[in-house]
Design a protein around this ligand. Structure first.
Ligand code: SAM
Ligand code: SF4
Ligand code: SF4
Length: 338
C-alpha cells in the first residue's frame, strides 16, 4: 500500500476528461468566456487508460470521471469501456450535470458504468436556469430518469447549497429523492477556483442542513462509506429507501482520511482539490517514459503529499486573523475534476 506523508493511502482517482462545460454554474464557472485547452493538450483516452492502469497498480480502487462536463467529451463510453477492461477493474463513477445524459446513458451503461452522480441544485426551472446560467432542468431530469430506467443504482443527486440562493429547497430536494429512490448529497459551498466570490456568510453548514432535514424526515447517521468518503451518510429512521449525505468540506473537513488524487484534463497529477499546481505526467508519457518510470514519479509525489487545505482553512476561519480565500491562487475546478 502506498502512503503519503500523513499515512493516507491512495484509493481514488478523479479524472477531469475535459475542461469544457455547457453550463456556467455561478459557484463553479461564473465567467461567460474561458480559454479552453487546445485538443492536443488534453489527455487522450489511451493516455488516461494507461495512467489509470498504473494508478490501479498503486492501490486505486475507484475512478471518477468528471470535468468540466464529462459528457461534453465525445465518445466518453469508449473510455468507460477501456477502464472497465482493466484487470483488476476499478469501480467507475461519473459526475455529470445530466444535460446530455438522456442520449448517452445507454452507451455508458453498456460500456460498464455502474455509478453516477447528477448535479441538481434546484427543482425550480427558472432558478435552475439562473444558477447554471444555461441549463434546462427538464433535460437534466430526463437524463436522471433515463439512467434510473437503465438500472443504475444508487443514483446520487449532488446539490451545492448556497445561502439566499437555494437554501429554501433542502427539504424539497430530500422529498424528491425519497419519492424516486435517489440518494441525496448536499455539498457545502466551497472556495474552489479563483472566481466564485466565496464568502463564509454564503455557506449553509452541514449542521444547519441536517437540523432542517431531521425536523421533517428524522435521520440516523451511518458514517462515511469505507471510512474515507467525503460525505457523511444518513438513513431515514422510517426505513424509507434512499439516503442523505452531506459533504462538509468547510465546517467539518476530512483531510485526515483523504485518499483522493486528481488528474487534470491536460495531464497534471494533483494531490489536493485546492492545489495551485500539479505534476505534468503528460509530458512524461509523451516523452516516452516507461511504466516503471511513471510509477516511480507517482510514488514519489504521493509519498511526499502533505496537503490538508480544508483543515488549514478551518483553523484560519476560527482564528483572529480570519481566512482569505484569495490567499493562494488555485487551479480551477473545471480542469481539476471536482
Ligand atoms: N459538470 C459536472 C457536474 O456539474 O456534476 C462535473 C464537474 S463539477 C465541477 C463536480 C461537482 O462539483 C458538482 O457536483 C458541482 O456541484 C460541485 N461544485 C462545483 N463548484 C463547487 C463549489 N464552489 N462548492 C461546492 N461544490 C462545487
Ligand atoms: Fe459545469 Fe459542473 Fe461546473 Fe456547473 S458545476 S459549471 S456543470 S463543471
Ligand atoms: Fe483532500 Fe485537499 Fe480536500 Fe483536504 S482539502 S480533503 S487534502 S482534497
Amino acid at each position: 500500500m502506498m502512503l503519503d506523508a500523513f499515512r493516507r493511502p491512495l484509493r481514488d482517482l478523479r479524472v477531469s476528461v475535459t475542461d469544457r462545460c455547457n453550463f456556467r454554474c455561478t459557484y463553479c464557472m461564473p465567467l461567460d468566456e474561458y480559454e479552453w485547452l487546445e485538443k492536443g493538450e488534453v489527455l487522450s483516452f489511451e493516455e488516461i487508460t494507461r495512467l489509470a492502469r498504473l494508478f490501479v497498480s498503486l492501490g486505486v480502487e475507484k475512478v471518477r470521471l468528471t470535468g468540466g462536463e464529462p459528457l461534453a467529451r465525445r465518445d466518453l463510453h469508449k473510455l468507460v469501456a477501456s477502464l472497465s477492461a482493466l484487470d483488476p477493474a476499478p469501480e467507475i463513477c461519473l459526475t455529470t450535470n445530466g444535460s446530455l445524459l438522456a442520449d448517452k446513458a445507454a452507451d455508458l451503461v453498456a460500456a460498464g458504468l455502474r455509478r453516477i452522480n447528477v448535479s441538481i441544485d434546484s427543482l425550480k426551472p427558472e432558478r435552475f436556469r439562473r444558477i447554471t446560467k444555461r441549463g434546462d432542468l427538464d433535460k437534466v431530469l430526463d437524463g436522471l430518469f433515463a439512467a434510473q430506467r437503465l438500472g443504475l443504482h444508487p443514483i446520487k443527486i449532488n446539490a451545492v447549497i448556497e445561502r439566499g440562493v437555494n437554501d429554501d429547497e433542502v427539504l424539497d430536494l430530500v422529498a424528491f429523492a425519497r419519492e424516486h429512490a435517489f440518494s441525496m448529497r448536499f455539498i457545502e459551498f466551497m472556495d474552489v477556483g479563483n472566481a466564485n466570490e466565496w464568502q463564509m456568510q454564503k455557506i449553509v453548514s452541514k449542521r444547519e442542513m441536517l437540523e432542517t432535514i431531521h425536523a421533517q424526515f428524522p435521520l440516523r447517521e451511518i458514517g462515511r462509506d469505507k471510512g474515507s468518503a467525503p460525505a457523511v451518510d444518513y438513513e431515514f429512521v422510517d426505513g424509507r429507501g434512499g439516503d442523505v449525505g452531506v459533504i462538509a468540506s468547510v465546517t467539518e473537513p476530512f483531510c485526515g482520511s483523504c485518499t483522493r488524487a486528481r488528474l487534470t484534463a491536460d495531464g497534471k497529477f494533483v494531490t489536493c482539490l485546492f492545489a495551485h499546481t500539479g505534476y505534468d505526467v503528460k509530458k512524461l508519457l509523451r516523452g516516452g517514459a516507461s511504466d516503471a518510470e511513471v510509477l516511480g514519479v507517482l510514488e514519489t509525489i504521493w509519498g511526499k503529499r502533505s496537503d490538508r487545505y480544508s483543515e488549514e482553512r478551518l483553523t484560519a476561519l476560527q482564528s483572529a486573523v480570519g481566512y482569505d480565500p484569495k490567499r493562494q491562487k488555485k487551479l480551477e475546478m473545471i480542469s481539476l475534476g471536482g
